[in-house]
Design a protein around this ligand. Structure first.
Ligand code: SF4
Length: 157
């Protein structure tokens, strides 16, 4: 949903700005055009899949392809994704998708950022920077699942 998209994007921009100041870095945020209709058209073929199923594999692939395209166009040595920090994300799939792109143009940094307490560290970091923490993954289907979960919680009270 667009409100959520822009909220997360602005949170990212603000965070990177503060991170750059605190750690003397010059990380830049590059935004690809927001194209929700095109995205939904593609993933809707798997609308009945549970989170973590085929819909997510396609979703990872689409987003990683965008990162790969940018990295190869700009001759980056390496590219990767932060997706693997989440306990809900399948790192094996992420690395499999990364390996499927041409490694000669730009190399995929194979990773599982949730290892070595990576997820816990990310939570601590989010607390330190008082970051907004989303309560659903991102697509409209995960949003609907979240509403359903909330409703069930209310009914159990
Ligand atoms: S936004 Fe999340 S739940 Fe939805 S398809 Fe992508 S990875 Fe799966």
């Amino acid at each position: 949903p667009d409100t959520e998209y822009f909220r997360r994007f602005h949170e990212l921009e603000n965070f990177i700005q503060r991170f750059n100041q605190d750690f003397n870095q010059n990380i830049q945020v590059v935004e690809k055009e927001y194209q929700p209709k095109e995205y939904l058209k593609d993933i809707s073929q798997y609308k009945d899949e549970p989170e973590g199923g085929k819909r997510c594999y396609l979703c990872y692939s689409k987003r990683m392809k965008d990162a790969y395209d940018y990295a190869s166009l700009h001759h980056f040595d390496y590219w990767t994704t932060v997706l693997s920090v989440s306990p809900h994300k399948n790192s094996q799939w992420i690395n499999e998708i990364g390996a499927s792109f041409n490694q000669e143009k730009t190399q995929f940094l194979f990773s599982d950022f949730k290892k070595n307490n990576g997820y816990l560290k990310s939570v601590k970091f989010a607390t330190l920077y008082n970051l907004y923490r989303q309560n659903y993954c991102g697509c409209i289907y995960s949003y609907q699942d979240m509403l359903e979960r909330e409703k069930n919680k209310e009914l159990q009270k």
